[in-house]
Ligand binder design. Sequence first.
Ligand SMILES: [Cu+2]
Length: 382
Amino acid sequence: MGLVLAAVLATLVVAPLSGLIVGMAAGPGKVRTYYIAVDEVEWDYAPLGYNAITGEPFGEEENVFVANGPYTIGSVYVKALYREYTDATFTSLKPRPPEWEHLGALGPLLFAEVGDTIVVEFRNHARFPFTLHPHGVFYQKDSEGAPYADGTSGADKEDDGVPSGGSHTYVWPVPERAGPGPMEGSSILWMYHSHVDEPGDTNAGLVGPIVVAKKGAARTDGRPSDVHRQFVTMFTVFDENRSPYLMENIETYILQKWWPKITAAQKASLLESLLEDEAFAESNLMHSINGYVFGNLPGLDMYLGERVRWYALGMGTEVDLHTPHWHGNTLVWMGARTDVIELLPASMKTLDMIADNPGTWLYHCHVNDHIDAGMLALFRVS
Ligand SMILES: [Cu+2]
């Protein structure tokens, strides 16, 4: 469906209800077009190669998760990630500016003000079918990006699973009800993720942030004019056992690297024992913030006195109950003062900090098991 037509239809569909649902219709605002592909990339959860929280080399406890060996994959996995390109040819990656370097494995930030329309030109460079399914913004059935028995057909099904090499245009108007609520500040967090095999797709890495600002609240670069800086952090235990790339990761980082000369029968037997081994499964649970473990997350830097907006996202499964804790500074969430916030899978929370205490500070999940497993980062107030 054409973009203009979609926007018009979105208006028409809700117009009769406009007295009840105030401001549902999007526009007239900007059309913000993003070129996003799924790429298969080697992702390193610990690119520094040491524990930046202790400042020490990885020891026995950390090596459970980060050391590559004959029975462990280590810190590098093939993952499927959303990446932004400069245009519809999908030949040049759009460089990620320093302020968003900390997004790590997260997809590009999609920004809109209330009244705008987000258009994503989507290309699937990966070997499996994937999609873009957004939270919060308005979508019709051709832009939902999730397959289920919803009674739709034809063009309304094409978004449900974009095959390897395929493309799709997702159109998401951003009406008032996608913007900050009455208790909230100038912008809020939503997210998008792939939703073909939702658990597999998200463990592969296919999650990204959406920030929606109140109409007129943002500068041209998308930053709300009442904050100096924004950070998005996702707390999740990436379960690489549940990734569609598990077999490839075993093949590349264990079998080819450590067992190049074994017979096919020996290989089958080793594979079988690995897949039944609890220690192997444990080694593939990457307790990460934006895809980084043990303080390897870069770029959480700010200056004293700045108003800093933190967007916190949770994803995952029943082990994914996270309690991000900021040391040394406090925040406000929904009018309440805190330095810890609760995240469950798919929680999306927006907090404001006035950075009033200089130093290098710990930012970590407060769940004991997750501390041990590396769900820690550092932020700096200078
Ligand atoms: Cu946690």
